[in-house]
Design a protein around this ligand. Structure first.
Ligand SMILES: Nc1ncnc2c1ncn2[C@@H]1O[C@H](COP(=O)(O)OP(=O)(O)O)[C@@H](O)[C@H]1O
Ligand SMILES: [Mg+2]
Length: 281
């Protein structure tokens, strides 16, 4: 947590303008607003139970710095009174991302081109990969925590349960349907738990529907899925130690994206190898 306070010393809560409520989450509410003439999102965390999550989220976010696939942190305060709240509480302010969640994006659209799906997935991977490069594990990678900006780029947020790798990993956290088996069983894992969860996201992006899993099972991949894509999903769901690193997942998606949609479409699950046979397995 060291030093995180200094970084919000320039933040002036009195300059914050509150707008409509955009979501209700586990910690409190999320509002739209403005700060310094910029549109912002304000995450309000109500109650002392969330003080630790607040501090962790702020310190993690600050460590991440600027990255095109990470929502930009603007400031935070432990002492603010949101509209219609009697008590003062904590809030975290970030750039406003107007494109909505990736969950809404993929389920509300008709057929999205394969190249666009790969780009969405690659944006998400680059964001998570940046966390891993700083030894931070997100632990709640899911479509609700992947938000689109005004240009259609995906950015990751919600670092309330993120952890530095190897520090206190003994808790079974994360979201149902996205959790890696090792998290369910002994509650401890390295950054590979994010790779498992990303594999579920990848399936959801490809099929444009929610996997709706209960435990750490994996969804069925049909023969219609391009071979290298299904292969990548399966590798993400392997035993923890055999899963690829996020940086490798990113490289593989880059290779797939560099091919045309037609190339990919003609190569189905039955034909692993094909024009993407060059991918690492
Ligand atoms: N910067 C933002 N821009 C736009 N919407 C946001 C932003 N931050 C959060 N949201 C919305 O609020 C929801 C909850 O935010 P999140 O940080 O994930 O909190 P929680 O810990 O409650 O899940 C997100 O799923 C998204 O719909
Ligand atoms: Mg969230």
């Amino acid at each position: 947590m060291e030093g995180y306070q200094d970084l919000w010393k320039d933040f002036k809560p009195e300059k914050l303008k509150w707008g409509r409520r955009i979501a209700s989450g586990g910690y409190g509410d999320e509002f739209a607003g403005a700060y310094d003439r910029k549109k912002v999102a304000i995450k309000v965390m109500i109650g002392s139970a969330f003080a630790e999550a607040f501090q962790r989220e702020v310190s993690t976010w600050i460590q991440l710095g600027d990255h095109p696939n990470i929502a930009m942190f603007i400031g935070a305060t432990k002492d603010i009174k949101p509209p219609k709240q009697l008590k003062r509480c904590c809030c975290i302010v970030s750039e406003f991302l107007p494109g909505g969640t990736l969950a809404a994006y993929i389920t509300k659209r008709k057929k999205i081109a394969l190249s666009r799906k790969l780009q969405l997935a690659l944006d998400a991977v680059r964001g998570v990969s940046h966390l891993h490069s700083k030894n931070i594990i997100h632990r709640d990678v899911k479509l609700e925590n992947l938000i689109l900006d005004g240009e259609g780029r995906v950015k990751i947020l919600d670092f309330g349960i993120s952890r530095i790798e190897d520090v206190d990993m003994s808790v079974n956290v994360g979201s149902r349907g996205y959790k890696a088996p090792e998290v369910m069983i002994h509650g401890s894992c390295g950054c590979k738990c994010d790779v498992f969860s990303f594999g579920i996201c990848l399936w959801e992006i490809y099929y444009q529907k929610r996997a709706q899993l209960n435990m750490s099972t994996t969804p069925r991949i049909g023969d219609d899925c391009p071979g290298d894509l299904s292969n990548l999903m399966i590798r993400c769901w392997r035993d923890c130690k055999d899963r690829p690193k996020m940086a490798v997942v990113a490289k593989d998606l880059e290779v797939m994206l560099s091919k045309t949609e037609d190339d990919m479409g003609s190569q189905t699950n039955n034909q692993v190898g094909g024009c993407f046979g060059c991918l690492r397995r």
